[in-house]
Design a protein around this ligand. Structure first.
Ligand code: NAD
Length: 468
């Protein structure tokens, strides 16, 4: 019997069946996880629905206090949960610890926010203002790259706004989320948070469930389109945080070595499995060789090992499917450009891919056009700013991006022309819970984090009062 339990209506329960959870560092199952069937999904939605009126009736202060307690309890379990996260997800232990801490910090940041009425117009004749109310039952559907952080991005604002939630983690990384459910079970009223697991087969049933009012989804663009389609049938509120193909545009006044080091970090963190990792680097001819050489040196020197090993910097990729996809991409890359570091899966058990740098590659290469989602970085050459902007923007994605250069004003002007939800200057991946994060184009819809992320879990209502 699994030591992990789902959370439905305040009870920790087994599943209709069980599945293996695999450790990506050796490709072997290490735990059993309960799996819900449709009846359990319905129970979870019904429990969330039943808990909604009382939860919504609490004050924001009361809800914030309980969310704070969940964050504190999460903090107390950091060491154990970080180890579990590493074992199911693959990331090095220090990065797992950072995910735990960022999750707690995000929860605490939301507890400091409040939904306040907004005055639109006020004079002796009329008073117009807007209030925000909770939507009802939220479906929170998450991917496998940051299993806990993605849950928190949804659950904290949803709860603060007065909604109840059904969480469904990705099938290959359900365990840390189940432990989060156990914490919620001890602190929150029954049904306010429910956690169910699937084998990638219940997402559609959850999004199309008539008693789900809002879908908060993070995952691939392909699945996001299906979610939007399901939401459209009942005009459900939906937030989509989808894939990305972020470009780093290095300007000709950037220091090639120093910038290569920062870009490398932003490309290889979490073995490149970050929606807003640098996935393409554009570098001017003048510093191209120096930049590529430094990237190749860093890739060769990086410590790739299982996440629990001392000093590991890059872990395995998370699952077999991603591993096979990356092997295919690497084969294409060999014909599309010059591989100057890595280029292969590692000769060991587990889903390890060598940190790979590909230079002399052009726009039409698969490794450039597709979201790799692995420790792989193509480097493209350019000469004119106008040209690089056209090329960097020529993608259906628009999640993040960065511009690097000594002249900050010039770099900022270039940044403003990148078609993405976030563009950083001289940094990349700087996320913070008080700053909204959103995708342009097919990278998403709606915002996460910040007051804008909180508003996504509300219905705005205008109250228009005639005074005289
Ligand atoms: P995925 O789309 O395969 O799965 C995401 C979740 O959707 C899983 O829980 C899955 O079970 C569920 N799902 C599957 N079919 C569904 C359906 N028909 N309806 C509803 N849900 C369904 O994504 P993944 O492979 O787990 O994650 C990787 C992707 O996520 C990458 O593209 C990455 O860029 C993206 N991502 C985006 C962000 C962001 O904030 N923009 C953050 C992290 C990851």
């Amino acid at each position: 019997m699994s030591e992990f339990k789902q959370l439905i209506g305040g009870e920790l329960v087994g599943g209709a069946r069980e599945m293996d959870v695999v450790n990506p560092a050796n490709g072997k199952p290490f735990a059993k996880c309960p799996v819900a069937d449709e009846a359990q999904l319905n129970e979870a939605v019904a429990a969330a629905r039943a808990a909604f009126p009382a939860w919504a009736a609490k004050s924001q202060d009361e809800r914030a206090e309980l969310i704070n307690k969940v964050a504190d309890a999460l903090g107390e379990q950091t060491a154990d949960l970080a180890r579990l996260l590493t074992t199911e997800q693959g990331k090095p232990l220090d990065q797992a610890g950072m995910e735990l801490m960022a999750s707690g910090f995000t929860m605490k940041t939301f507890t400091g926010m409040r939904l306040e009425p907004r005055t639109i117009q006020e004079n002796e004749k009329q008073k117009v203002y807007e209030i925000r109310k909770p939507l009802g039952v939220v479906a929170a559907i998450t991917p496998w790259n940051f299993p806990l952080m993605m849950v928190v991005h949804k659950v904290a604002p949803a709860l603060l706004a007065g909604n109840t939630v059904v969480v469904k983690p990705a099938a290959t990384t359900p365990l840390t989320t189940l432990k989060f459910g156990e914490i919620c079970q001890k602190i929150l009223p029954p049904g306010v948070v429910n956690v169910i697991c699937d084998q990638n087969d219940l997402g559609d049933k959850l999004t199309s469930h008539p008693d789900v009012d809002k879908i908060s989804f993070t995952g691939s663009t392909a699945t996001g389109k299906k979610v939007m389609e399901a939401a459209s049938r009942a005009v459900k509120r939906v937030t989509l945080e989808l894939g990305g193909n972020d470009a780093a545009i290095v300007l000709d006044d950037a220091d090639p070595v120093e910038t290569a080091q920062k870009v490398f970090q932003a490309a290889m963190a979490n073995a490149g499995q970050v929606c807003l990792a640098v996935k393409r680097a554009y570098v001017p001819g003048k510093i191209y060789d120096a930049f590529c050489d430094e990237l190749a040196r860093l890739a060769g020197a990086a410590v790739v090992d299982e996440g629990t090993a001392q000093g590991a910097q890059i872990g395995p990729v998370q699952n077999q499917m991603q591993y096979e996809k990356l092997k295919g991409l690497l084969e294409s890359a060999k014909a599309e450009g010059k591989v100057i570091a890595g280029g292969n899966a590692m000769d060991r058990e587990g889903f390890f891919i060598e940190p790979t740098i590909v230079r002399d590659v052009t726009e039409d290469a698969r490794i450039v056009r597709e979201e790799q989602f692995g420790p792989v970085l193509p480097v493209l050459r350019y000469d004119e700013i106008e040209d690089v902007l056209v090329r960097a923007n020529d993608t259906d994605y628009g999640l993040g991006g960065s511009v690097w250069g000594k002249d900050i004003e010039r770099a900022t002007k270039v940044a403003e022309r990148v078609q993405s939800g976030t563009v950083w200057v001289n940094q990349h991946m700087a996320l913070a819970p008080n700053i909204p994060f959103r995708g342009a184009k097919q990278s998403g819809m709606g915002a996460e984090l910040g007051p804008e992320g909180l508003n996504e879990f509300t219905q705005a209502t205008v109250i228009n009062v005639k005074l005289t």
